[in-house]
Design a protein around this ligand. Sequence first.
Ligand code: NAG
Ligand code: NAG
Ligand code: NAG
Ligand code: NAG
Ligand code: NAG
Ligand code: NAG
Ligand code: NAG
Ligand code: NAG
Ligand code: NAG
Ligand code: NAG
Ligand code: NAG
Ligand code: NAG
Length: 579
Amino acid sequence: MIKWLNSCKNTAASVLLLASLASAQQQNITYNVIAAPESTSMLVAVVVDNTTYPLAATPDDGGLLYQGQAPVAQSGYHYAIIDESQQIQVSEPFSRAPVQHQKTYNEFFNRTSNVYNVGSLPQIMEPISAINRIQSDLHIYDQIPTMHIWGNATSIQALNENQLKEDLDVELNMTYYSLDKVETFQDVKVSVAGRSSRYITKLSYNVKMKKKGKDTLFGFKKFKLRAIGYDPSYIRERIAFATLKSVGVPCTEYSYIRVFFNNKPAGFYGIIETFQDPWLANEFANGDKKYKSGYLYQGQTFSMTQTEFYPSDLGFYGNNLTLYSLGQYKIKAGAKDDAAPKDYKELRDFSKFINETTDATSVDEWNAKLETDGFIRAMAIEDLLGFSDAYMTMADNYYVYSEPDSKRMIYMPADLDTSIGSSIFLKSYMLDGNYSNHPGFSLRPLTKKLFANQEFLNKYQGFRLQFTESLINPTVMNPFIDSLVGMIYSDVEWDKSLPRLGYTFTNLTLDDLANLPGFDSFFPPGFEKDHEISSRNQTFLEAVGGTINSTSQQSVKQFIANKSANVIAFYNKTLDTAL
Ligand SMILES: *[C@@H]1O[C@H](CO)[C@@H](O)[C@H](O)[C@H]1NC(C)=O
Ligand SMILES: *[C@@H]1O[C@H](CO)[C@@H](O)[C@H](O)[C@H]1NC(C)=O
Ligand SMILES: *[C@@H]1O[C@H](CO)[C@@H](O)[C@H](O)[C@H]1NC(C)=O
Ligand SMILES: *[C@@H]1O[C@H](CO)[C@@H](O)[C@H](O)[C@H]1NC(C)=O
Ligand SMILES: *[C@@H]1O[C@H](CO)[C@@H](O)[C@H](O)[C@H]1NC(C)=O
Ligand SMILES: *[C@@H]1O[C@H](CO)[C@@H](O)[C@H](O)[C@H]1NC(C)=O
Ligand SMILES: *[C@@H]1O[C@H](CO)[C@@H](O)[C@H](O)[C@H]1NC(C)=O
Ligand SMILES: *[C@@H]1O[C@H](CO)[C@@H](O)[C@H](O)[C@H]1NC(C)=O
Ligand SMILES: *[C@@H]1O[C@H](CO)[C@@H](O)[C@H](O)[C@H]1NC(C)=O
Ligand SMILES: *[C@@H]1O[C@H](CO)[C@@H](O)[C@H](O)[C@H]1NC(C)=O
Ligand SMILES: *[C@@H]1O[C@H](CO)[C@@H](O)[C@H](O)[C@H]1NC(C)=O
Ligand SMILES: *[C@@H]1O[C@H](CO)[C@@H](O)[C@H](O)[C@H]1NC(C)=O
């Protein structure tokens, strides 16, 4: 009743107020809002029909969620930040519709919607047969959940002030909020994630729940919080992962989440699953607790010694296992934490097989060593969505999984933010309708050798055309894109307004990479050193659908329109008859 006296100045208001108080006797509900007042002396309140009711921070989640009882609104309610004398400092500039029963959702301060009307892409192919994925509610596409990482402030400071230290992790608590659930986990390990993404102010993070024990978030234990710091459109990975799912390639899914550290916003993020146990069981064995995963290798571009250069392109460098373990590949599952050269044997053997194939190697022989169906689908998407930092382009951002029963390698793409018009290659190459001109197609050993087999090449071309006709074209993609933009618009605005927790380092540039000795033979034609400069200034909407004049960058919609038209033209069909 803080505003009781004020309200009474207005007779009409006080009548209404009395009416609402009368009904409030029976009709209180619990209001729930996630809010982070800038100062600790500020509190959060709900204003129901012009009466202010202070809410209390819940203790078990680090105090990000505010709760309290107040009457059901007659006309509407909104949340507000109040000071110690309970004067309103900041008010939501809109009214929320009355909630009649028990409790509101876990709402988010200053967002007009809890649930969004967001589209999805059609499932155009069955998942490849190796996939046997658990049902999980981790990715809720029409909502934006919140993750609060909290606890020891010294640890949080140490983490964010040492963003380049790859081996630094800290133990903290983590609370996850969806609209109707709040779950808190203790002893969660948090570290700064990524390679180039460590060098920018908005940091990406790894989150790992206790290895032992029952703690999981919807069946998963390890996550990456993707800062989206290199993508001014905020939607490239969301679209790329949705596309991979639509064509049945094994992969993480991707959804949006808001992230806080000790009640301070870190911003608007993407959340993906980390490909580490129990992920492989979740993806390939319906979460079987007894599943024993095989080796999972991650390609990381290259490593070099004083004299030699070793790309992670699945090429064969001879039998010496040490040469495979120089850092160009990481082992993410199947080996002990300190993987030894012997753990690279299955990767070496696979490289050797690729090396020894000829035009005469049969489809069956290939299928015995590689899950070719998923690989071919993944390569078609890599081309059609212009993945510019991926297997063909950079021998980067992919995994091969040595499936333990069949001993075949299963291919999985990852880290898809430099795609769909955000490119480190010239756009003329990325947009080419002719698959042969995609950078790296005939350079990387696996595409070069596999597609020397006409049957696989035909299948690849068939997928390119089919995916273009039924998925990667403006007719299917633009409505999906528009619905995503509608959903995230306010969060992007919020994200851009926030102070960052990390620092900027300007000493990581691709120029240095490109000038290293031995690189001429590594880079396919079209590599564009200056790519970043041109994307930095794009606004959100320009990056989504604007007309960008650059040799390498395009907006998301521009890229999809141009690429699909070029592919259709290459196969000599018109878009009209194709769609
Ligand atoms: C709330 O206050 C405004 C302005 O003071 C007034 O116009 C409105 O009728 C009031 N609403 C209720 C439900 O009391
Ligand atoms: C309803 O909530 C208000 C504000 O928290 C409180 O003063 C009142 O006692 C509650 N009424 C009931 C019936 O619980
Ligand atoms: C996690 O929360 C518990 C209970 O509030 C607290 O005792 C503990 O110190 C927190 N852990 C960390 C790492 O801050
Ligand atoms: C907080 O973490 C720091 C190191 O990150 C540690 O030295 C300190 O003891 C911790 N404080 C508490 C209360 O656990
Ligand atoms: C096969 O591997 C050898 C040894 O690394 C290499 O010299 C040769 O070029 C490779 N051949 C093919 C076709 O990849
Ligand atoms: C394997 O390669 C490593 C690293 O170059 C080298 O030190 C070692 O001598 C090689 N082993 C054999 C058997 O050639
Ligand atoms: C596709 O590109 C390759 C390599 O540049 C070229 O040899 C081939 O003729 C092109 N195909 C068509 C149909 O233009
Ligand atoms: C609330 O959201 C609006 C629109 O997104 C924004 O302009 C405003 O600054 C926000 N206010 C607060 C207090 O967050
Ligand atoms: C950039 O500078 C930081 C220190 O300022 C250093 O730790 C880091 O290794 C440097 N990175 C590169 C790629 O030079
Ligand atoms: C981006 O903005 C900076 C200043 O904010 C300017 O110096 C630079 O020329 C701009 N780059 C492009 C490609 O427009
Ligand atoms: C695009 O950029 C180029 C080079 O900066 C410039 O010459 C050209 O006029 C620009 N085109 C348009 C349509 O702005
Ligand atoms: C494209 O197809 C049409 C018939 O469908 C044919 O007349 C035309 O010659 C073809 N064009 C090319 C460049 O192959």
